[in-house]
Ligand binder design. Structure first.
Ligand SMILES: *[C@@H]1O[C@H](CO)[C@@H](O)[C@H](O)[C@H]1NC(C)=O
Ligand SMILES: *[C@@H]1O[C@H](CO)[C@@H](O)[C@H](O)[C@H]1NC(C)=O
Ligand SMILES: *[C@@H]1O[C@H](CO)[C@@H](O)[C@H](O)[C@H]1NC(C)=O
Ligand SMILES: *[C@@H]1O[C@H](CO)[C@@H](O)[C@H](O)[C@H]1NC(C)=O
Length: 236
């Protein structure tokens, strides 16, 4: 197990990492979890997994306080994030990928988040990231599913959430619970969604219909994960 308490941070293809009790202020991403780039990351095949991030203060003026990807071809899974303060950032929590990456971002639980002065609170996009060369396989579609975001309070947020999945590989099982964001200006666009599905409860402002699925599968899978405590799910 690795404990990191200094200024960082790219966490690349590592197993069993704990990042706790620190403050990181950066121009670009404060913490970025990654695991390899396109065909090279697929060939190397080492995921970033079993990561616990807690009690951190993160700021990123032009990037994301906490980012996943866009290089994630070896996979990113079993990440538990709790008791985090994100502030003065372009985006709060961002999941990034694109066609050609392959790999996955799965089983991520984020809870107890306080945010302020953030342009986009949550974002997940399947259209971000360049390629190392022309040899990537455009049919290597990344998978993004089983992401839980819960117990979040945010102030001075411009866009609550932007989820734009990949048509051939939509983002699924996005579970949102107990999220309250005050947006500035009040009339700003609060949610943007395409090629994504999920379930939500007690979320304000009200998310897009595709994140309010009443499909039995989506809601029951989400509810069972929402009810299991984050520390039980993460291995650390
Ligand atoms: C609100 O957040 C934005 C960044 O998204 C920042 O530029 C602005 O100064 C903040 N407003 C206040 C009143 O803090
Ligand atoms: C909802 O989230 C807030 C902020 O994290 C927390 O204080 C509160 O206890 C949560 N409510 C429930 C029912 O979990
Ligand atoms: C998926 O995204 C594409 C653009 O990338 C869009 O044209 C299409 O309408 C979207 N599909 C759904 C079901 O939202
Ligand atoms: C629900 O999940 C089961 C098992 O995972 C699957 O066989 C079934 O097709 C799913 N139903 C819907 C409506 O997605």
């Amino acid at each position: 197990m690795v404990f990191i308490s200094l200024l960082i941070l790219i966490n690349n293809s590592s197993d069993s990492t704990c990042i706790e009790d620190c403050s990181i202020a950066m121009g670009h991403d404060a913490i970025a979890l990654k695991s390899g780039w396109d065909e090279y990351g697929i060939a190397y095949g080492r995921p970033t997994t079993n990561v616990h991030i807690r009690r951190v203060n993160l700021q990123s003026s032009s990037g994301s306080s906490l980012a996943f990807g866009s290089e994630m071809s070896g996979g990113i899974s079993n990440v538990c994030v709790e008791q985090v303060h994100l502030y003065n950032s372009f985006s709060g929590i961002e999941f990034r990928t694109t066609k050609g990456r392959g790999g996955y971002i799965q089983e991520i639980i984020i809870s107890d988040v306080a945010m302020e002065n953030i342009h986009t609170a949550f974002s997940a996009t399947g259209q971000i990231g360049s390629h190392p060369d022309d040899h990537f396989d455009p049919n290597a579609l990344p998978v993004l599913d089983h992401i839980t975001l819960q117990n979040v309070i945010g102030t001075n947020i411009t866009i609550a959430g932007s989820f734009t999945g990949i048509q051939e590989s939509p983002f699924t099982s996005i579970c949102l619970s107990n999220i309250s964001l005050s947006t500035t200006p009040p009339a700003s666009i609060s949610w943007v969604c395409s090629n994504v599905s999920g379930f939500s409860q007690w979320v304000f402002p009200e998310p897009c219909p595709s994140l309010e699925s009443s499909l039995l599968n989506s809601s029951s899978t989400c509810l069972s994960r929402l009810n299991s405590s984050p520390t039980q799910t993460a291995v650390l």
